[in-house]
Design a protein around this ligand. Structure first.
Ligand code: C5P
Length: 228
């Protein structure tokens, strides 16, 4: 059984979500997808009729006021916006295009990080363990995590995985467009002033180009068992 916090960071297309959920299920722990929180806040921004050109104060005001509820069951993780399950809608093109701009706002980050810490504390108090995935978990949200993992992979491999995921979910997208989006989000997420994407100094870095999800999971289960 997994105790404490496992921080899973890294860019998209590294298999992070799949591995994180499966690790939580195997370890009978809770699971928090912080990216889904930024995405749902972004959906609220879109629904308010705002976009990339809107004043940062307006974007921030809507994003922090959004009524979000994260369901941390790894078998059926969900995010609710105003009580509505928006899990499918937040994965679509419009949200994906705008999310990096919303998550770069320092006040948005401060508010969501606060909520993430609360959810983590709750999970530790109930099931005793939680796998948290995002971009800044080991560095900012849970710097005292028992285990910090940073998953990487080449841009090409990540774009190919994202494309496969999109097709499976019935979303169109050619490889070039997906690759361009992966690059754009990497650049925005890595260069923002507040909590840019980077591996925490004490994170275990796993390059997943040549590793299957099962291989990554095996390695993590070994580490968790070793440390638990
Ligand atoms: O992981 P996912 O692709 O769903 O994350 C969507 C976006 O949310 C990222 O591109 C990033 O801009 C933002 N994010 C973040 N910090 C996190 C998780 C996600 O800034 N901890």
């Amino acid at each position: 059984r997994l105790r404490g916090v496992v921080a899973m960071d890294g860019p998209s297309g590294t298999g992070k979500s799949t591995v994180s959920r499966r690790l939580a299920i195997a370890g009978e722990a809770a699971y928090l997808d912080t990216g889904a929180m930024y995405r749902a806040a972004t959906l609220a921004v879109l629904r308010a009729g705002l976009d990339e050109q809107s004043p940062a104060e307006d974007i921030t005001a809507v994003a922090v006021a959004a009524e979000l509820e994260s369901i941390t069951d790894p078998a059926a993780p969900r995010i609710l916006l105003d009580g509505e399950d928006v899990e499918a809608e937040i994965r679509g093109g419009p949200v994906t295009m705008l999310v990096s701009a919303v998550s770069a706002q320092p006040t948005v980050r401060a508010v969501l990080v606060e909520r993430q810490r609360k959810l983590i504390a709750e999970a530790l108090g109930t099931v005793g363990g939680i796998v948290v995935e995002g971009r800044d978990i080991g560095s900012v949200v849970a710097p005292d995590a028992e285990l910090k993992v940073y998953l990487t992979a080449s841009e090409e491999v990540r774009a190919a995985r994202r494309g496969a995921q999109d097709r499976k979910a019935g979303r169109a997208g050619d490889h070039e467009t997906t690759l361009a989006d992966v690059r754009r989000r990497d650049r925005l997420d890595s260069t923002r002033a507040t909590s840019p994407l980077h591996a925490a100094p004490d994170a275990l870095i796993l390059d997943t180009d040549d590793l299957s999800v099962d291989a990554v999971l095996d390695e993590l289960l070994r580490l968790v068992t070793e440390r638990g």
